[in-house]
Design a protein around this ligand. Structure first.
Ligand SMILES: NC(=O)c1ccc[n+]([C@@H]2O[C@H](COP(=O)([O-])OP(=O)(O)OC[C@H]3O[C@@H](n4cnc5c(N)ncnc54)[C@H](O)[C@@H]3O)[C@@H](O)[C@H]2O)c1
Length: 441
């Protein structure tokens, strides 16, 4: 490789921590990343169109569980992080990392409009020597097909004048062990110089960087990871349905299989999948393959099984009430946990929302409690507020449904007060008394 003068200049700035970093999108991915780079000594500008977020960041207040305010505040006070809701000054940034949402359309096709909008906003500020990195999960080809033409439209060449890479985020909200810094970072550039530049930048803040040969490979790696989870959760959900038919306890079956020290990995059944990743990302891959006339069969099947689980929960709830000579219509159902995941408040795509709506559609009077989410958006965007977790509310319910297994719940007390419990996560496994009231998924 001949010497690339733009790389040399960028390298000097990165190594001396004088490189200025911009992070577009200050959500679950962007804010922890901003903190990590600031912690490593870089000055970071966060760009987010949501003024509530930029105001909170500038006040040093975190709204993301994995970033404590006590960690953010000193970085803001020392001028290492600041946030803005516009793209002015992007030309002064040496590296711009994009972490905007990548949802699905109703048709389950990718919606990359947020990526396109952020690139359109960055485009007028692009200059030689900059490094642009996409972090949003997307289909293989996005970085080359969507970002590269925008960057090169002014006559600059990627790999020669400026650098472009894809690096998937692997943040696992609520994970105490693995956070942004100690989770290895995959990096794939448009050219070898691009990979080198991006790997060098991440290497300053992240413990381990794993370079790959192309942006497409890096995009595919993320989709393999999340498809792996979606398919295995789909498999174990189907195993749960099989165990129900066979009259077996699926949890005992999983615990037993997990004693095998090799060749088996534990996944759990549950009320369905949620969050911004597992229900959506595999469809990005399936869509891309459809354009190549290939059907991603595992993805479709897993999506069908996982998407069906809220209905399974409602069927089980109906059966429990039926046993007690009660109809769903008019029954009082108290749902515990509406976040899609234990110990987080993230309700995006949460199966709890489907469970609640399906129960309401059958005429049940549904209340809910979640220590991390005090309100949800019900049907037609209506905001529904949570109820307190009191003995009185538990006793008043015909059925308590545990949808999210938050660690802070006192399951002994819940089972003691509840008349009947449907436990979709085996959260009550440690409860000794009142087991006769519990039905597991
Ligand atoms: N949340 C996770 O656990 C996770 C994990 C790995 C990867 N990802 C991926 O990372 C990406 C971001 O996810 P997230 O969970 O951080 O989303 P998020 O919704 O929490 O944050 C995205 C932010 O981008 C902002 N935004 C939207 N359009 C913008 C624009 N044009 N300019 C500036 N800001 C804009 C939004 O206001 C929001 O604050 C997605 O592609 C997601 O699939 C998420």
């Amino acid at each position: 490789m001949n010497v690339n003068p733009h790389f040399v200049a960028l390298e000097r700035k990165i190594k001396s921590r004088t490189a200025r970093i911009g992070i577009v999108g200050l959500g679950y991915v962007g804010l922890p990343l901003a903190v990590e780079f600031a912690q490593a000594g870089f000055r970071v500008v966060g760009i987010d169109l949501d003024r509530r977020k930029t105001r909170a960041v500038n006040a040093g207040t975190s709204y993301i569980e994995d970033v404590s305010t006590s960690r953010l505040k000193p970085l803001v006070r020392n001028g290492l992080i600041r946030a803005q809701s516009h793209y002015n000054g992007c030309g002064k940034l040496d590296a711009i990392l994009i972490a905007v949402p990548t949802p699905l359309r109703k048709t389950k096709d990718p919606d990359i409009s947020y990526i396109v909008a952020s690139m359109d906003a960055i485009a007028p500020h692009v200059r030689a020597g900059q490094l642009i990195i996409l972090e949003s999960t997307t289909y293989p080809g996005t970085t080359e097909e969507v970002l590269r033409p925008v960057l090169e439209s002014g006559g600059l060449a990627v790999g020669r004048d400026l650098f472009l890479a894809f690096s998937p985020e692997r943040v696992d909200p609520g994970n105490q062990l693995y956070q942004t810094k100690n989770t290895p970072k995959v990096v794939g550039g448009s050219t070898a110089w691009c990979t080198k530049a991006a790997a060098l930048l991440y290497g300053q803040a992240i413990d381990h960087v794993h370079p790959v040969t192309s942006t497409q490979s890096a995009e595919m790696i993320k989709l393999l990871e999340n498809t792996f989870r979606a398919v295995n959760i789909g498999l174990v959900n189907e195993i749960a349905l099989m165990c129900e038919k066979l009259g077996l306890d699926v949890w005992e079956v999983i615990d037993g299989a997990a004693t095998k020290p090799f060749g088996f990995m534990r996944f759990y059944p549950g009320p369905g999948i949620g969050g911004h990743c597992i229900p959506l990302d595999p469809h990005y891959l399936a869509w891309k393959l459809r354009t190549l006339n290939y059907s991603a069969r595992f993805i479709e099947l897993a999506s069908e099984i996982n998407g069906h689980m809220p209905e399974v929960v409602v069927r089980r709830a109906t059966e429990i009430l039926n046993e007690a000579k009660k109809s769903v219509k008019g029954a009082k159902v108290f749902v515990l946990g509406v976040a899609y995941k234990k110990d987080t408040g993230d309700t995006r795509e949460s199966p709890a929302l489907d469970v609640i709506q399906l129960l309401q559609a059958k005429g049940a009077s549904v209340s809910f409690h979640d220590p991390y989410a005090d309100a949800i958006r019900g049907e037609n965007g209506r905001v529904e507020k949570g109820s307190a977790l009191t003995s009185r509310n538990l006793r008043a319910a015909d059925l308590v449904v545990i949808v999210t297994d938050h660690g802070v719940f006192d399951y002994d007390a819940i089972v003691k007060d509840a008349r009947r419990v449907l436990d979709t996560r085996n959260a009550t496994r440690g409860v000794k008394h009142g087991r006769g009231k519990i039905v597991k998924l």
